[in-house]
Design a protein around this ligand. Structure first.
Ligand code: ADP
Ligand code: MG
Length: 250
């Protein structure tokens, strides 16, 4: 059984269809990259997958637990109680970090595990320090977001998402708000997560990175999946749209 399954997902805004029937699967520990031009619906797809947005039609499932099913051409969602439980499966890292500005680094990481998951304070803190070490930030625990570089902020955001022990982590263009010299440190950290065996769905414009790290790659354009395959398959595609897009960014 797959960890994440999306079937025929459709979503419109103001009568314009943005997602036109998207289907994908992610297995445990697998890394899926999603590439495609701006405006093609990548963020909308992640927002539907992470319950920030309701889809109009289609099905979503985490590890055999249905989030919504398609009934008579419409998605029907499970109860809030079930959805809260299912949302423990995933975490999300945004383009702009979204750290809490009034909390220091350690508080940013520990807040949700302690307050929402009601876990033991001391063990959460211990885990947070281990995560900070993994992110190369062990000396920044007491710093506030305004004292961090963009690359450090994004690494804290990743540690914060990991502290909730998700089985799958979504990244929406995690390096596109960063200066080029800070992109590398964030990409290196994401790459280092592959030994945690956590599944990842990464929307990115970093072609070399996507090619190197991914088990599967999706090329999306205008709300449809144009290519879906291994990096070797997608990056060697003869499709004109795919070739033009990859060519322009490589
Ligand atoms: P991408 O992430 O690939 O750049 P998005 O999913 O952000 O694409 O956006 C796809 C299209 O959907 C864009 O035309 C955008 O303007 C539109 N869109 C996204 N979110 C909303 C919204 N909340 N209301 C209206 N239109 C939206
Ligand atoms: Mg986007």
């Amino acid at each position: 059984m797959s960890l994440l399954s999306m079937k025929s997902v459709k979503k419109s805004f103001d009568g314009v269809e943005i997602l036109k029937g998207i289907s994908l699967e992610v297995n445990e520990g697998e890394i899926l990259s999603i590439i495609g031009p701006s405006g093609s619906g990548k963020s909308t797809l992640l927002r539907c997958a992470t319950l920030l947005e309701d889809m109009d039609d289609g099905e979503l499932d985490y590890g055999g637990n249905a989030v919504c099913k398609s009934v008579d051409g419409k998605s029907v969602y499970e109860s809030q109680t079930k959805l809260r439980k299912i949302s423990e499966y995933f975490g999300l890292v945004f383009q702009n970090f979204n750290l809490f500005p009034h909390m220091n680094v350690l508080q940013n990481i520990c807040d949700a595990p302690i307050r929402v998951q009601k876990r033991d304070k001391e063990s959460v803190k211990e885990e947070a320090f281990a995560l900070l070490k993994k992110m190369g930030l062990e000396d920044r625990a007491g710093a506030y977001p305004y004292q961090l570089s963009g690359g450090q902020s994004q690494r804290v955001a990743i540690a914060r998402a990991l502290a909730l022990n998700p089985k799958i982590l979504f990244f929406d263009e995690p390096t596109s708000a960063l200066d080029p010299e800070l992109t590398g440190e964030v990409l290196r950290v994401i790459k280092s997560l592959s030994d945690l065996k956590i599944a990842m769905v990464i929307v990115t414009h970093e072609m070399a990175f996507a090619r190197e790290i991914s088990d599967k790659v999706i090329f999306m354009s205008d709300g449809i999946i144009v290519e879906y395959g291994t990096p070797e398959e997608v990056f060697a595609s003869n499709n004109e749209r795919t070739k033009n897009f990859i060519g322009a960014l490589s």
